[in-house]
Design a protein around this ligand. Structure first.
Ligand SMILES: Nc1ncnc2c1ncn2[C@@H]1O[C@H](COP(=O)(O)OP(=O)(O)O)[C@@H](O)[C@H]1O
Ligand SMILES: [Mg+2]
Length: 305
């Protein structure tokens, strides 16, 4: 059995706001195996981003308080580490692609200088080495002509290319875990699929475990083996994607699935190399009512609506 990489237990993150206490994360348990991909899905405001930021210790406001729980990463509770220890861990062991960061690249600096700065901050390497690592990680994320991209400004890049830059930055320290917070939101459907396929490739080739935060069940179905469904700061459902898709235990999960009728791969299909996966990609998602009627683990994919 694969080793547990991240084990979040009973996590509670509260915000003390003028309007009162907001229990953004209210007792969350999550587990990711080394090399695994866990989908964290839920409607907007359900606590997904706050969960990711709490794991990274990046809540960034005095109003936030971790009121309980543990974040065990390789057996160490990140909540008990010093700021310096956490800083060392960020980038090198856990990388994060932040929600909305696509618009956060600074338009006044070249992509290369921003990448090099981040790499140097996390890895304390020389400028030359940081440049080499930036090129290497751009190459890794399939960026065409990486040398030229380093000299470009972010507005000269397409949305998909900017997202690749952000993923490259998060991966430059070769972390064991990547937290990707809505990395496909705000991209058009074709580019979304490319980014999802890129993350699948990274997971396969580098063995990077991924916490894939999304509100899109289609994305989960495509790339994750396990999924946790969040609502109002709690995990209301957690299991293998096949189990949750074929037999959702929660009405909320069903409504999320119905809201996003997208493509869907079975475990068997997911094991097919991406380059050979074209056929499955053309098939529609299983409608929930049809899915519940199929045999778990041996589900058929229905053509038509
Ligand atoms: N800095 C903050 N101050 C107060 N409340 C916050 C803050 N950040 C997030 N929240 C609240 O926490 C809840 C969960 O937010 P979030 O994790 O961003 O949701 P999601 O990522 O699932 O859309 C929401 O109710 C949100 O309003
Ligand atoms: Mg969010």
């Amino acid at each position: 059995m694969a080793q547990t990489l991240l084990d979040v237990q009973g996590l509670q993150t509260h915000f003390h706001t003028d309007g009162g206490l907001v229990k953004a994360v209210d007792g969350v348990d999550l587990k990711i195996e080394a090399g695994g991909i866990l989908g964290l899905v839920g409607e907007s405001g359900s606590g997904k981003s706050v969960t990711g930021l709490t794991i990274m210790r990046l809540l960034g406001t005095k109003r936030a308080r971790v009121a309980g729980g543990r974040v065990l990463f390789k057996g160490r509770d990140l909540l008990t580490l010093s700021d310096r220890e956490v800083q060392a861990l960020r980038g090198s062991e856990i990388g994060m692609v932040f929600q909305g960061a696509l618009t956060g690249l600074d338009p006044s600096f070249r992509v290369g200088s921003q990448m090099i700065e981040v790499i140097r901050r996390h890895q304390g390497v020389s400028k030359i080495e940081a440049h080499r690592l930036a090129l290497e990680s751009l190459d890794l994320v399939g960026m065409p002509d990486p040398e030229r991209k380093l000299r470009s400004y972010s507005h000269e890049l397409s949305g998909g290319q900017r997202q690749r830059v952000l993923i490259a930055m998060a991966l430059s320290g070769k972390p064991d875990l990547l937290i990707a917070d809505e990395p496909t939101t705000a991209l058009d459907a074709t580019v979304q699929k490319q980014i999802v396929d890129l993350l699948i490739d990274i997971n396969r080739t580098l063995g990077t475990a991924i916490l894939m935060v999304t509100h899109d069940f289609g994305v989960v179905a495509r790339m994750c083996r396990t999924v946790a469904v969040m609502r109002h700061g709690r995990v209301v459902e957690q299991g293998t994607v096949n189990d949750v898709l074929t037999n959702p235990q929660h009405v909320y999960t069903e409504s999320l699935m119905k809201a996003v009728p997208r493509l869907h791969l079975t475990d068997e299909e997911r094991s097919v190399p991406r380059s050979e996966r074209r056929l499955f990609e053309l098939r529609p998602a299983v409608p929930p009512e049809a899915a519940t009627a199929t045999t778990p683990g041996k589900e058929t994919v229905h053509a038509g609506k």
